[in-house]
Design a protein around this ligand. Structure first.
Ligand code: ATP
Length: 388
């Protein structure tokens, strides 16, 4: 389920152990020498601490042993809590693995600049864990909201017989935004760049990355603990030969709605930004989030001339990119030849990717479009989310 205590450097294999991209271990070039400086913040899945390694400052994200309903997997169904079943799902979407896979993809594809720099994963050794806990006394069982059970001790290491080591990801340290900050103005070019990067991430098969102001570090995306990276059990039904046609169609709809969710998140973000007196740039008026519409500041949708193409588009439902089209097999084969963690020549991403029209009945398309309109309007009016 979790990586076991490494005995030698050779045990620090790229993670996670499932098909698709992997993140390499951080190379200390010697003993694991970490200075723990200050506590930076926490989230549902982690604690983040400022550290220094060989005089260089970083942010170290230390992952909790979260409850299973906090990642895309078996949910709360206790019947699924066997080690083998949980492991099969967790390799793809348990928060540490989800983040390893997204950063692994950016490295293998040669696009690390689409996110905050990431330098690899670390399994904290016993001496460093003792020094960390002497200083900060952090809880690693469960998530930030519920932490009673011994989640760390529930699956002991197959070799060591001990509860697993704390898993971390080392990233650049940077500035973050707080929702309470009343003074910041987010300029139009910055938000346009973030939307462009969201599309590029989707072109690389990465989506559902929880776009929120608080998740930006140095105005870059840095939190991928909920991200889905193809191949994934949600997006690639060929990974599970037992699925029925109906289940495959359900997975496709679910993938579609999570893909489009990356753009809905911007609409929510705009509402929060514009509540802030420091926000001068008119984001809702000036930044198109999805093709074909803008979110108008007065809750009415922008009136577009009704052409036959637009009429047809209204009967179908689409988003900007189909992330399932990323050729992960070719990328994996190239990474294998080159060695994980080594950069290679990247492929250019088309500036205007083919949109993804969901293959569904007109009734289903109309239903999804109604939900979308309801979502747009309810977010604009109340600033709250309803299901997309
Ligand atoms: N690179 C960084 N530099 C400075 N502070 C950071 C950095 N990364 C994270 N933080 C701080 O730590 C907090 C938690 O980080 P992060 O959002 O990655 O954790 P999480 O457990 O995935 O949270 P979430 O609940 O959003 O899923 C952030 O809100 C931010 O305040």
């Amino acid at each position: 389920m979790y990586p076991d205590w490494p005995e030698t450097a050779a045990d620090l294999v790229p993670q996670p152990l499932c098909p698709g991209p992997k993140l390499h271990a951080f190379d200390f070039k010697g003993p694991q020498d970490i200075q723990f400086l200050t506590y930076l913040g926490d989230g549902l899945h982690s604690h983040v601490v400022k550290v220094a390694i060989k005089g260089q400052e970083y942010a170290l994200k230390l992952f909790r042993f979260t409850n299973d309903d906090n990642w895309l997997g078996p949910g709360e169904w206790r019947a699924n809590e066997t080690r083998a079943k949980l492991t099969a799902l967790a390799q793809y979407s348990e928060p540490f693995n989800a983040e390893c896979r997204a950063f692994g993809r950016l490295h293998e594809a040669g696009y690390p600049e689409l996110a905050l720099p990431c330098y690899g994963y670390i399994l904290l050794d016993e001496e460093n864990e003792r020094r960390l806990q002497d200083k900060f006394n952090l809880e690693f069982n469960g998530d930030s909201e519920y932490s009673e059970e011994d989640m760390r001790g529930r699956f002991l290491g197959e070799q060591s017989g001990k509860p697993p080591p704390i898993r971390c990801i080392l990233k650049a340290f940077g500035y973050t935004h707080s929702r309470d900050d009343q003074t910041t103005n987010f300029p139009v070019p910055l938000v346009r760049r973030l939307i462009r990067e969201t599309t590029q991430l989707q072109q690389l098969g990465i989506f559902y990355h929880d776009m929120r102001l608080e998740n930006l570090v140095n105005d870059k995306l840095g939190d991928f603990s909920t991200a889905i990276t193809v191949p994934h059990f949600l997006t690639n039904p060929e990974l599970n030969p037992h699925l029925s046609a109906e289940q495959i169609a359900d997975l496709e709809r679910e993938t579609f709605s999570r893909t489009i969710n990356d753009y809905w998140n911007f609409i929510e973000m705009f509402c929060h930004m514009e509540d802030n007196p420091g926000q001068r740039s008119k984001l809702r008026e000036k930044v198109p989030v999805l093709p074909g519409f803008r979110v108008a500041s007065n809750s009415k949708r922008l009136a577009l001339r009704d052409t036959p193409r637009r009429k047809l588009e209204r009967q179908r439902v689409h988003t900007k990119v189909d992330p399932r089209r990323y050729d992960w097999k070719a990328a994996a084969a190239a990474a294998e030849t080159r060695g994980v963690g080594k950069r290679h020549k990247r492929k250019t991403l088309p500036a205007m990717p083919d949109p993804w029209y969901l293959d569904c009945t007109l009734e289903m398309a109309a239903k999804l479009n109604r939900q979308r309109e309801h979502y747009e309007v309810s977010v604009v009016i109340t600033g709250t989310e309803s299901s997309a």
